[in-house]
Design a protein around this ligand. Structure first.
Ligand code: CUA
Length: 154
């Protein structure tokens, strides 16, 4: 089948821009330290209030690192105010009791989905003290825009 010269140019241009786009996406993700979610821990959403560690959400200092256990539900996070130290790796472990939410700390690489039935986690080391806003960026219902928390780094 003969292909017209202009059509070949357009195909080359289209495939070329796609290749450039994917390369830029990959390089940006690599440079920003993004990683795919690695956790496949399952949890029954109806038992979250009764099973450890989700029955006691909060901040746990382990010495050289910090674990934060979080429970999301429409339209709040527990805990709502998360105090963590500066310069220590903080691992956020999160679950949801009802629908899909996200746990997104603005200005950091922490941006994970909370999916019913699964525990998700993300580790981040805060380099500067301050107050960081946590937002839900998965539409979860009429109160979605009020679903937020804060991370206080000291
Ligand atoms: Cu939770 Cu939107």
């Amino acid at each position: 089948m003969p292909v017209h010269r202009y059509e070949k140019w357009w195909l080359t241009f289209g495939i070329g821009t796609l290749a450039v786009f994917l390369a830029v996406l990959g390089l940006r993700a690599f440079a920003s330290g993004h990683t795919p979610p690695g956790s496949v821990l399952t949890v029954d959403p109806e038992l979250i209030d009764t099973i450890a560690p989700w029955n006691a959400p909060g901040v746990y200092d382990r010495g050289d690192r910090v674990d934060v256990y979080l429970v999301g539900q429409a339209f709040s996070y527990a805990p709502n105010r998360i105090e963590v130290p500066v310069g220590k790796p903080v691992t956020f472990h999160a679950v949801t009791k009802d629908v899909v939410h996200s746990f997104t700390i603005v200005g950091t690489t922490v941006n994970m989905m909370l999916i019913p039935g699964y525990a998700n986690e993300a580790t981040y080391t805060f380099k500067a003290p301050g107050r960081y806003l946590v937002l839900c960026n998965e539409y979860c219902g009429v109160g979605h825009q009020f679903m937020q928390a804060e991370v206080i780094v000291r």
